[in-house]
Write a protein that binds this ligand. Structure first.
Ligand SMILES: Nc1ncnc2c1ncn2[C@@H]1O[C@H](COP(=O)(O)OP(=O)(O)OP(=O)(O)O)[C@@H](O)[C@H]1O
Ligand SMILES: [Mg+2]
Length: 339
């Protein structure tokens, strides 16, 4: 009988291309103690809500706000925005997200990129893994093996399939990006997933993004999209970031420009509203992660860096009066941004 179970297990492992010792290995993972890293996922089942913009720009802001906190950015999408934003030169290895996940470690696939952010090159074939991985805790075990000391940010594709589930399962905090009613409906599924795993709703938090406050409502208690969505989220009693991101032509201009690469808001968006909003969001996210760590969510030796600014090579990049002023309070939000 046990031989039969063993054969069945090996067959299942082959189907999913997981190693035969996978279950034993996962057991070891569960028994492992403190994690020297924290994980932040940015997700939404809906496309185009600003996930990649949030994940990539948070990475840059975190590097600026906490000099001792190494950041590793991972993308579970086949799009190449992360590479276009962070690539410093020609790739030094052929490893990608796909090959690293198959190899069960990101260690040899990690590149140092722009702004001091580490990343793993995206995998154009990463969708193949959806057929190979069936365990939502696979990525968590891979991250344990990678042994990154710092913060890992994961940008998901616009689905809640197995790879996105893996990201959420591995995360101390998941940002569920919401722009409208449709994406709020999708965000509910993230909280449902946490319920399934018997995890508290505090492990996720809604971020309102691409908010266009020029849209006003007459004859309604809610004056605009922002207040309408906030009242709906409060009714549902889901955790919500106080900071939000406005729809901004500045952000769009950072994608397509003569430089031929995606520019960061911190670097190229100075003076804009989203530049300040991102700063507040970055502070808020770091505070939530700190709280989660001190509450025992993620234990261990994650670098508890002082929240002071990195002194970089150029004043152009780091010597910014707004950032140097420290916490400047919540963003007052004019309805329209002019660039
Ligand atoms: N705050 C913003 N203001 C204006 N445009 C934005 C904002 N955030 C993102 N965008 C633009 O919206 C588009 C989609 O953004 P992004 O790629 O970040 O979304 P996504 O959720 O990652 O999309 P996908 O589902 O395709 O992965 C991009 O062109 C981006 O420049
Ligand atoms: Mg994206």
């Amino acid at each position: 009988m046990s031989r039969f179970i063993d054969l069945a297990r090996k067959a299942a492992a082959r189907r999913s291309r997981l190693p035969d010792d996978w279950n034993d290995w996962r057991q070891v993972d569960r028994e492992q103690g403190p994690r020297p890293f924290q994980v932040l996922t940015v997700t939404s089942n809906k496309g185009g809500v600003g996930k990649t913009t949030v994940a990539t720009n948070l990475a840059v802001y975190f590097r600026a706000l906490r000099e001792d906190l190494p950041i590793l950015l991972l993308g579970l999408d086949d799009q190449t925005t992360i590479d276009r934003m962070f690539e410093l030169g020609p790739k030094t290895s052929g490893e990608t997200m796909t090959s690293a996940l198959r190899a069960r470690s990101f260690t040899s696939a990690v590149h140092l990129g722009q702004y001091g952010v580490h990343y793993v090159p995206s995998g154009p074939d990463i969708a193949e893994l959806k057929r190979e991985i069936s365990d939502p805790f696979y990525l968590q075990a891979v991250l344990h093996r990678t042994d990154w000391h710092g913060l890992i940010i994961i940008d998901t594709k616009s689905d809640l399939e197995i790879l996105s589930q893996n990201a959420i399962a591995a995360s101390d905090l998941t940002i569920a990006v919401v722009t409208d009613h449709a994406s709020l409906t999708e965000a509910k599924k993230v909280f449902d997933l946490l319920d399934t795993w018997k995890r508290p709703h505090e492990r996720a938090r809604i971020l309102l993004s691409l908010v266009d406050r020029r849209i006003k409502f007459r004859d309604s208690e809610s004056r605009d999209v922002l207040s309408l969505l906030i009242s709906e989220i409060r009714r549902l009693d889901y955790p919500l970031f106080e900071s939000f991101l406005s729809r901004s032509p500045k952000v769009e201009s950072l994608q397509t420009n003569p430089a031929g690469r995606t520019l960061s808001i911190l670097n190229a968006g100075k003076g804009s509203l989203v530049y300040r909003q991102m700063r507040h969001l970055a502070d808020d996210v770091l505070n939530v992660l700190d709280e989660s760590r001190s509450a025992g969510g993620s234990r261990g030796s994650l670098v508890a860096a002082a929240s002071r600014l990195l002194r970089g090579d150029t004043d152009e990049f780091w010597g910014d009066p707004l950032l140097n002023a420290g916490a400047a309070g919540k963003v007052e939000s004019p309805a329209v941004e002019h660039v």
